[in-house]
Design a protein around this ligand. Structure first.
Ligand SMILES: O=c1[nH]cnc2c1ncn2[C@@H]1O[C@H](COP(=O)(O)OP(=O)(O)O)[C@@H](O)[C@H]1O
Ligand SMILES: [Ca+2]
Length: 494
């Protein structure tokens, strides 16, 4: 009997199989490396939010290759500038620029040095500077010159320092929340934006009704979709200016009713037992109100802690009678019915979060707030020893103002109240106008949708891996089948 065997057969098959396996491994490795998102290659941008009460510096970061994809920019760092807002430096403009130094030095540390020259820096000032410009344009120009001069002294790419309009503030806040929620490339609805500052407040949303006033309408084409937005910014209706408006009205009626000395302003929006000596100019030092000349300049601000009376007094700062359109919010400003979900951020969040009122029904919110406002001031201070007294004393007013603004002003109902989400951040990033402002100025939101790869990166890697595994298994099956049939043939021959 002769045993037929090809001595070359086995090593050749093994060699071929090894070459194929190594080839597949190399192919997968190359494709993984080739397509790996380059995490280390990030770009940066800096936006300074020069608000009426304070300035914050925001540093944003995004992967260099993916700048046109929605949701790719994230907030890397924030720095709160010490002291008050830049508009408080009207008598000492140099101080405004100097106040930014610590945070700008921090930005130099946070951003890799080789990226400094290409990192854009923008400063946008909001309602505090709008008011200063109304009052004293020369002073407001000097403050802007001072911050511009300061920002130019850093190694970044200075792109300007300006007062943004209320419309921009509203629209960019809307872009921010919808960019971060990744709503912009989907057919699903968008999120309206409610921003409450110290000196102004903004409402922005996609309405169902026609926009009757040109000033309140803004159009965007983003990622191939058209958005027709309603937006309005109420100057003087941020919570600090609204407090002045409301106190000013009460002070005027107190003086009409009773000219006794000392003047006592009995205020239902402050806690019982609260008693603070203030000066009249401290209330009236704003272009939001007619000046009131008074011989006696100090008064006692005395708390009563009565929520429903507080709401009555706040209602007086909204004119809901005159309306030249089919419907208005207040002060003769056109507003379509609120529609869809809303993100309420900035002071809307700070106040409602402090009072634990971010997830109740409207009726429960009112009940809880009434109980809070009637709590004695002494007890409030005892319960919150570490909170700044100015903030603490004003939470009853601020929350009552928020409820009145949303319900009587914007016409939210107990039903649509459920559509308001009080938010501070979405993911890592703060809700606010700054991110939208930067995305717009760096052209990071294209009008048309950019070409997208066939499948996302993770899907691509998984696909390549499974496909290679399949080929390998098939090859092994062929090999074993081939080996078995060769052996069978050999046996048959034997
Ligand atoms: O922790 C907090 N508790 C209560 N209010 C806060 C807190 N942090 C900031 N605020 C308030 O948020 C508001 C922010 O307004 P901002 O300075 O942005 O003014 P603007 O947007 O009108 O220019 C101010 O009224 C400020 O007092
Ligand atoms: Ca603000």
């Amino acid at each position: 009997m002769v045993k037929v065997k090809n001595p070359w057969h086995r090593p050749v098959v093994i060699f071929l199989a090894a070459v194929i396996i190594v080839g597949i491994i190399i192919m997968v490795a190359i494709s993984v490396i080739q397509n790996k998102p380059l995490h280390q290659k990030c770009k940066y941008g800096i936006v300074l939010d020069a608000g009426s009460s304070h300035t914050s510096v925001f540093i944003y970061e995004w992967p260099a290759e993916k700048e046109n994809n929605t949701g790719m920019v994230r907030q890397k760092h924030t720095c709160n500038v010490q002291g008050k807002g830049i508009s408080s430096y009207s008598a000492n403009p140099q101080g405004a620029g100097a106040s930014l130094q610590l945070c700008m030095e921090e930005a130099k540390q946070k951003i890799p040095a080789h990226r400094h020259p290409e990192t854009p820096v923008y400063l946008g000032a909001t309602a505090g500077m709008r008011l200063l410009r109304m009052e004293n344009e020369e002073a407001s120009d000097k403050v802007l010159d001072s911050v511009a001069h300061s920002l130019k002294s850093y190694p970044f790419s200075y792109q300007g320092a300006r007062i943004i309009s209320g419309q921009e503030e509203g629209a960019f806040g809307w872009i921010t929340v919808n960019y971060l929620s990744k709503n912009l490339r989907k057919p699903t609805g968008t999120l309206g934006a409610l921003d409450l500052g110290g000196a102004s407040t903004q409402i922005t949303f996609v309405p169902q009704q026609n926009i009757e006033s040109y000033d309140n309408s803004i159009d965007f084409r983003l990622y191939g979709n058209d958005y027709h937005l309603y937006t309005h910014s109420f100057l003087c209706y941020g919570k600090d200016q609204a407090l002045k408006l409301s106190m000013g009205k009460k002070l005027e009626s107190t003086l009409k009713a009773d000219k006794t000395d000392p003047i006592e302003l009995r205020d239902p929006c402050f806690h019982p037992g609260y008693n603070f000596t203030r000066t009249v100019p401290n209330v009236f030092n704003t272009p939001c109100m007619r000046e009131m000349k008074l011989a006696n300049e100090t008064f006692f601000h005395v708390g009563l802690g009565n929520w429903s009376q507080c709401q009555q007094s706040i209602r007086k700062v909204f004119n809901t009678i005159d309306c030249p359109y089919s419907r208005c919010s207040f002060n003769g400003v056109f507003q379509p019915s609120v529609y869809g979900d809303f993100g309420a951020f900035s002071a809307f969040f700070f106040v409602m979060d402090f009072l634990n009122l971010t997830s109740d029904t409207l009726a429960t919110t009112k009940q809880k707030l009434a109980a809070y406002c009637s709590t004695p001031w002494k007890k409030i201070v005892e319960n919150h020893p570490n909170i700044k007294e100015k903030y603490l004393s004003e939470y009853c007013f601020s929350a009552t103002y928020i409820l009145t603004l949303l319900e009587d002003g914007y016409k939210f109902t107990s039903n649509s109240w459920k559509d308001i989400r009080f938010i501070m951040k979405i993911g890592d990033s703060d809700a606010g106008w700054t991110l939208g402002y930067m995305l717009n100025l760096t052209n990071m939101i294209p009008a048309e949708a950019p070409d997208t790869p066939l499948m996302p990166y993770e899907g691509y890697v998984t696909f390549m891996f499974l496909f290679s595994l399949l080929i390998l298994v098939l090859l092994l099956l062929v090999y074993f089948y081939f080996r078995r049939s060769t052996r069978t043939a050999q046996k048959d021959i034997i």
